[in-house]
Design a protein around this ligand. Structure first.
Ligand code: GLU
Length: 393
């Protein structure tokens, strides 16, 4: 069968592919610490499970409006108003099957063939592929020190073909949280050059120490015209540990939301009714599990960062998400970080994602969404591996 160029050119999600490979190894009896996938190892909050079960038992599990139930859209608008320093109404929100679904829908509705979209690196695996799928050209902008946005380089990369910017704070894979000044500067640039900002805020709730999260919408009052060009992507997967529920949303100007809704009405119908009930339950009142999970991530993060520092690895301090992204260039051969990760898996049974997956060679992503014991074990294995590399040179 002849496969379309569009699909042939599309790469498989490398994080999901690697996770599948590692899980198969573990199922086959291999002793592997899986730090590859960014998936919480906690169950979803009890309130989510209870609402999902009640929904199923009610028997009213039917198609819903393509944009999601009015109740969930209202709950999301209230949640956004409370968390983004900007007022939202239900018509600013479309419920989607996940953050990824919201992102692909937004890109398909915003990007014309030949448009440039700026992607500050490192960037989560799906951004560049989804921009290409929409017919656009991802323009990758190298960071400072492996994680910090280079705003001068972002400004210099803008051309008449540039239409938008992909912002992701806290960042996957680096955990870097953009400062308020950085987000403000980017927002001002968007206005100056008539660009949209697609702001992936899926890790917003996972912030550590005294760091604060800033959405570009925080500057909407100060920068007229900004609210009309910002689209927020978020969902239940990370902060609520609801990955398998597959539920998220896009929020932005009503004309874009209506366009995404039209697209999804044709491609995916309506979002999952059971998951929408579960999502609404955790949005109405934040369940205690959410802060408990965040506190547990904070403890794991402290352990991991202390371990990486002790091993002599350099990294930009990750103040959000559940990742660290150290520089492993001193330990790489000509195969780069991909070879480093291959050998690490083969020799000591530790699975990490090479930076190439995030368009940045020479770094590796460690996910600490796993127990303290496994984080400790991962550090022991990484230490052993680095030691053998040092001994070999
Ligand atoms: N977002 C997670 C990750 O980066 C899950 C896998 C994926 O969708 O890429 O590992």
């Amino acid at each position: 069968m002849r496969i379309s160029r569009r699909a042939s050119d599309l790469a498989t999600s490398s994080t999901l592919a690697l996770d599948g490979r590692v899980k198969a190894l573990i199922a086959g009896g291999a002793d592997v610490v899986n730090m590859a996938v960014g998936e919480p190892n906690f169950p979803a909050p009890a309130a989510a499970a209870a609402a999902a079960i009640a929904k199923i038992e009610s028997g009213h599990v039917r198609y819903t409006p393509a944009a999601g139930t009015p109740e969930l859209r209202r709950a999301l608008a209230e949640h956004l108003t409370a968390t983004r320093e900007h007022p939202f109404a239900p018509e600013h929100v479309v419920v989607c099957h996940s953050g990824k679904h919201a992102l692909s829908g937004a890109l398909l509705c915003l990007v014309e063939p030949g448009d440039d979209v700026l992607v500050p690196l490192p960037a989560w695996v799906s951004y560049v592929e989804l921009i290409r799928l929409a017919g656009g050209r991802p323009v990758e902008i190298a960071p400072i020190g492996g994680a910090r946005p280079d705003l001068a380089a972002i400004r210099a990369a803008i051309t008449p073909a540039t239409r938008g910017i992909l912002l992701n704070t806290p960042n996957n894979p680096s955990g870097y949280v953009w400062t308020r000044d950085e987000v403000r500067e980017l927002s001002a640039l968007a206005i100056e050059h008539d660009l949209w900002i697609l702001s992936d805020e899926i890790y917003r709730r996972l912030i550590f120490d005294d760091t604060t999260f800033t959405s570009p919408l925080a500057f909407a009052a100060e920068l007229p015209g900004l609210a009309e060009r910002v689209v927020i992507i978020d969902g239940a997967s990370k902060s609520f540990a609801m990955t398998g529920y597959r539920i998220g949303f896009a929020a932005g100007p009503p004309d874009l939301i209506a366009a995404i809704t039209r697209l999804h009405s044709q491609t995916t119908g309506s979002p999952n009714a059971v998951s929408m009930a579960a999502y609404e339950a955790v949005l109405r009142e934040e369940p205690p599990e959410v802060e408990a999970m965040r506190a547990e991530y904070a403890a794991r993060r402290a352990l991991l960062l202390a371990g990486l520092t002790e091993l002599g690895l350099e990294y930009v301090r990750p103040d959000g998400a559940f990742y660290a992204f150290p520089d492993v260039r001193p330990y790489c051969d000509e195969r780069g970080a991909a070879g480093f990760c291959e050998d690490l898996l083969d020799e000591v049974g530790l699975a990490l994602v090479p930076g190439d997956a995030f368009c940045l060679e020479g770094y590796v992503r460690l996910s600490y969404a796993l127990s303290m014991e496994r984080v400790e074990e991962a550090l022991v294995r990484l230490g052993r591996f680095l030691e053998s590399r040092r001994a070999a040179t």
